[in-house]
Design a protein. Structure first.
Ligand code: SAH
Length: 344
């Protein structure tokens, strides 16, 4: 069966018309699935039993993620979820409470094929892409579970969002639709290790989300050591694509920089970042490495982290240090899903 949750409003209209029903029925269907959040066909009472039956007979249904487990941090500001998909694969999502509201970190793939050597999500490779319905349902299930409303979305969970381009774009359209969650594009951030052609494609779609680049080194040779994708696209090409993105969407770029002891946390790197992103008016998120079992890499010392930030400041680059939240529940970087897989 095909999951109705995974179609945009426009796609639903085509489906409904193709089975001989009137277009406005699609809007009703979309509103009940994404606005009222029904979890099964029979609950869509706005449509007659006959139409519901017809939709089902054509192979469509409403599917939902099922919650395997929720982990709460001691301070109750971070909740980590494991969800099971229809085919029994497991994904993770994180909910974080900030003073300005709830922010959700969503997965876009089951596993990942990018192979960054400090990241737990990629260690077992890519299993499959998530559908748009599976991406958006992470929001719905977390909101329902805690009876809250999420105001910010970051695609920084498991997976490389630009490696699952079509479904991720459909997800944007679904979550933005006023009959559904009605979330402004400005409240969405997509993080990528730098799939250059896809950055151009995204820029041309007129979906002004915030683009965040996982830089992790201002030098191509060092970047190649820790991120295999750097063998395919150079930093220069990424920066050019970022400029294009900024000019097309008006959205400022952010850069993520995971600080790894002795690998990328020196003064030379900090100064080079300054040169590299000058003129982009970008913001840098410094993330002290969250150490994982599968790698020997260590996190930077507090002194080095502060020093790095200081140098950036002196050369006029804005940065914040992002302390990973919920470390007591392994809330970062795919470690929970991996633990679950190792145990089952
Ligand atoms: N594939 C996307 C999104 C995934 S992860 C990307 O590469 O951007 C979101 C961020 O967490 C990325 O910047 C990623 O490099 C970083 N990250 C992954 N593992 C980490 C770890 N162990 N410690 C700190 N940051 C990590």
């Amino acid at each position: 069966m095909k999951n109705l949750k995974t179609y945009t409003n426009e796609e639903l209209q085509n489906i409904i018309e193709s089975i001989g029903e009137k277009k406005f029925r699609a809007k009703q269907l979309f509103e009940w699935i994404h606005g009222k959040r029904v979890n099964q066909m029979d609950d869509i009472t706005v449509l007659s039993k006959k139409i519901i039956e017809k939709i089902s007979l054509n192979g469509y249904t409403v599917q939902s993620l099922s919650k395997v487990k929720r982990f709460d941090s001691k301070d109750k500001h971070t909740h980590k979820y494991l969800f099971k998909l229809e085919d029994d694969h497991v994904i993770e999502s994180v909910l974080m409470k900030y003073h300005h509201g709830y922010s959700a970190c969503l997965s876009t793939q089951v596993g990942c094929r990018m192979g960054c050597n400090f990241c737990a999500s990629t260690k077992a490779g890519l299993v499959r892409n998530l559908t748009a319905g599976e991406i958006v349902d992470q929001i719905y299930q977390m909101e329902k579970d805690l009876n809250i409303s999420i105001s910010n979305i970051v695609l920084m969970g498991t997976g490389e969002p630009l490696d699952n381009f079509e479904e991720v774009v459909k997800f944007f359209r679904i979550v933005h639709d006023e009959l559904g969650k009605n979330l402004g594009y400005r409240h969405i951030t997509l993080s990528t290790c730098g799939l250059v052609p896809k950055i151009y494609e995204l820029a041309n779609l007129n979906i002004p989300i915030t683009l965040s680049i996982s830089l992790h080194s201002p030098f191509d040779d060092k970047r190649k050591e820790i991120m295999p994708i750097a063998n395919k696209y150079s930093i220069d090409e990424i920066i050019k694509a970022c400029k294009y993105y900024f000019n097309s969407t008006g959205r400022r770029i952010t850069f993520e920089y995971t600080l790894i002891k002795g690998v990328n946390d020196g003064e030379r790197e900090a100064r080079a970042i300054g040169k590299l992103i000058k003129g982009l008016n970008a913001h840098v998120n410094l993330i002290p490495l969250n150490e994982i079992r599968e790698s020997e890499l260590e996190t930077s010392t507090d002194g080095n982290v502060q020093n790095f930030k200081c140098i950036l400041e002196k050369i006029g680059v804005n940065s914040t240090i992002r302390r990973e939240m919920g470390l007591d529940i392994n809330a970062a970087c795919g470690q929970l899903r991996k633990d679950y897989m190792d145990a089952h």
